[in-house]
Write a protein that binds this ligand. Structure first.
Ligand SMILES: [Fe+2]
Ligand SMILES: [Fe+2]
Length: 168
């Protein structure tokens, strides 16, 4: 049997790099899970006619963000990692807490933009960290990054409307 020249990221000598990627993926996993919680709450809480569009949009996103979390979890396992348990979770989305007034839709829109921006930054970092060493993770994260860019663009459009009317 000839020696295998390379098994890519799954080879023994790549253990350290795998650990690094798994850590980045675990952070991404938690970001998605917290986003699911935040979007669920914000798909229900807002009051008023104008809030309806935002509520529906976030209700749809919940499933998409959950699917992202599942993808991150599966990739952690494929890299010989273990998906962390709930006790390792620590919340960070201060900007997506319920506003004082439930008609404050601008607060929600800005919170969503901040969450999506955080995801976009982290996923770009993963794309860089995996470049040339783990194309499978990179490919997966590029696809997820596109979803997040789409989400952010959508909410930037909502914010633009409020700004145009002097409401934001
Ligand atoms: Fe996501
Ligand atoms: Fe998103």
């Amino acid at each position: 049997m000839t020696t295998r020249t390379s098994q890519g990221i799954l080879s023994e000598d790549k253990a350290e790099k795998r650990e690094e990627i798994i850590e980045l993926l675990a952070k991404a996993y938690w970001m998605e899970m917290e986003t699911v919680m935040s979007y669920l709450a914000n798909s229900v809480n807002p009051d008023g006619v104008r809030a309806q569009e935002i509520r529906e949009s976030l209700a749809e996103d919940i499933q998409e963000e959950l699917a992202h979390a599942q993808q991150f979890a599966n990739r952690i396992k494929e890299l010989y990692g273990v998906v962390p348990g709930s006790l390792e979770f620590s919340a960070e989305q201060t900007f997506l807490q319920p506003p004082d007034e439930q008609t404050d839709v601008v607060h929600v829109i800005k919170g969503v933009i901040e969450a999506e921006t955080g995801a976009i930054e982290h996923y770009n970092a993963i794309i860089e960290a995996t470049d040339g060493v783990d194309f499978v993770t990179q490919d997966m994260v590029i696809a997820i990054l596109r979803d997040e860019e789409g989400h952010r663009r959508l909410f930037e459009g909502y914010l633009r409307e409020y700004e145009a009317e002097g409401l934001a």
